[in-house]
Ligand binder design. Structure first.
Ligand SMILES: NC(=O)c1ccc[n+]([C@@H]2O[C@H](COP(=O)([O-])OP(=O)(O)OC[C@H]3O[C@@H](n4cnc5c(N)ncnc54)[C@H](OP(=O)(O)O)[C@@H]3O)[C@@H](O)[C@H]2O)c1
Length: 312
C-alpha cells in the first residue's frame, strides 16, 4: 500500500481508503466487519464516514458511525478516521449547518458514536451559507486546540469558498483546512476547471468521492441490462446509466484493455496518477471488492497515457 501526505499537511493516508456510507444502511455488523478486516489486512488505514450516514437505516443518521465505532474497538489507533458534520441530523433547524453551536454538539456526538477521543480529519460536509466562515473555522480551531480534532477539511466547496476559507484561517491564525472532498471520477471531471487549481494553490489534498460513480466504473453494469448493485437500486441510476455514459465507459474500457488493464484499474489509476489526490475512498460490499480495489489501485499512468485517456 502506498501512503500519501494529505495536501501539504503531515497527515498520512493510505492511497486506497474505505468509504463507509454503506455501513449500517446496507451492511450489517458481520458484513461490515469482514470488509473492514480485509481492508486493514491490505494496508487500508484511511476511513471516511459522516454523522449523517445511516440515514436510510432503521436506526437513522448516526448508525454508520455507531457501527464503525463498535468495529474499531481495540484497534482505533491503527486507523486515520475522517468524519463530517453539517447535513441535517434531525428535524430541528439547529441540528445542521456549520455554526459554532452545532459544531460543538456534532463533534461530541461523533466522538461518542465512534468511541474515540479524537477525530483525525473533521470535515464540513457542505458549505453553510447562513454561517460566516470565520465562525466555522474558529469553532473547528478550538476543537483542534483541545485535541479532539487533529486536522480539518471541507467538502463540496466552490473554488471561491476554498480561497475564502484559507485566507480567513490565515488572517485569523486559525487551523487551515488540509483537504477538499469532491465528486471526482472519470465521468465527473467538473472540478478540474476551478476547484483543482484552487486546491493546488492552497495546499489541499483532494479526496474524490463517488470514485467509482457508485459502482458504474467497475464495468459490472452493461447497456444490455446486466449488473446489480446499489447503483441499479438507487435514484442515481437514471442519471448515471444513460446511453451516453455507457458509450463513455466503453471507450474508457477499450483504452484500459489496450494497455493490459481493466476499467476498474483505470478508475483508480487515473485518480491516483494525480499527485493532488490523497486517497480514493471507494466503499465496498464484500472482502472480494476490497481486494479487487486495492489491486486495481496499482496502475500509475504515464504523462502520455494521462493525455490519451478518452475525454467525455
Ligand atoms: N462528501 C460527500 O458529499 C460524499 C458524497 C458521497 C459519498 N461520499 C464518500 O465517498 C465514499 C464512496 O462513495 P460511494 O460509496 O457512494 O460510491 P463509490 O465508491 O463510487 O461506489 C461504491 C460502490 O460500488 C460497488 N463496488 C465497489 N467496489 C467494487 C468492485 N471492486 N466490484 C464491483 N462493485 C464494486 C459497491 O456497491 P454494490 O456492491 O452495491 O454495487 C460499493 O458500495 C462514501 O462511502 C463516502 O465516504 C462523500
Amino acid at each position: 500500500m502506498e501512503y500519501r501526505r494529505l495536501g501539504d499537511s503531515s497527515l498520512l493516508v493510505s492511497a486506497v481508503g474505505l468509504g463507509t456510507n454503506n455501513f449500517a444502511g446496507r451492511l450489517a455488523d458481520d458484513a461490515a466487519r469482514a470488509v473492514l478486516d480485509e481492508a486493514f489486512e491490505l494496508g487500508v488505514t484511511f476511513l471516511d464516514t459522516a454523522d449523517v450516514y445511516g440515514r436510510g437505516s432503521a436506526d437513522g443518521p448516526g448508525a454508520s458511525e455507531n457501527q464503525l465505532g463498535r468495529l474499531l474497538a481495540g484497534r482505533r489507533q491503527h486507523f486515520v478516521l475522517a468524519t463530517k458534520f453539517g447535513y441535517p441530523m434531525g428535524e430541528s433547524v439547529f441540528e445542521r449547518g456549520a455554526s459554532r453551536g452545532w459544531i460543538v454538539s456534532a463533534a461530541e456526538a461523533s466522538l461518542r458514536r465512534l468511541r474515540t477521543d479524537y477525530i483525525d480529519l473533521y470535515q464540513v460536509h457542505a458549505p453553510d451559507p447562513a454561517t460566516r466562515i470565520e465562525e466555522t473555522l474558529r469553532a473547528l480551531d478550538d476543537l483542534v486546540r483541545s485535541g479532539k480534532v487533529r486536522f480539518i477539511g471541507h467538502s463540496n466547496f466552490a473554488a471561491w469558498q476554498i480561497a475564502d476559507a484559507d485566507w480567513t484561517a490565515r488572517a485569523n491564525h486559525l487551523s487551515r483546512p488540509i483537504s477538499a472532498q469532491m465528486h471526482y471520477n472519470l465521468l465527473a471531471r467538473g472540478i478540474q476547471a476551478e476547484v483543482l487549481p484552487a486546491c493546488l494553490k492552497f495546499g489541499l489534498g483532494v479526496i474524490p468521492y463517488f470514485p467509482l460513480e457508485s459502482g458504474f466504473l467497475t464495468g459490472k453494469y452493461r447497456s444490455t441490462g446486466e449488473g446489480k448493485g446499489r447503483l441499479s437500486e438507487s435514484a442515481r441510476a437514471t442519471e448515471i446509466m444513460t446511453a451516453a455514459n455507457f458509450d463513455r465507459i466503453d471507450r474508457l474500457e477499450v483504452f484500459a484493455v489496450q494497455r493490459g488493464h481493466k476499467l476498474l484499474d483505470l478508475a483508480f489509476g487515473w485518480l491516483l496518477s494525480q499527485p493532488i489526490v490523497g486517497s480514493v475512498i471507494a466503499s465496498a460490499s464484500s472482502p472480494d471488492q476490497v481486494r479487487a480495489n486495492v489491486a486495481a489501485a496499482e496502475w500509475r499512468l504515464t504523462g502520455a497515457e494521462m493525455d490519451e485517456v478518452p475525454g467525455l
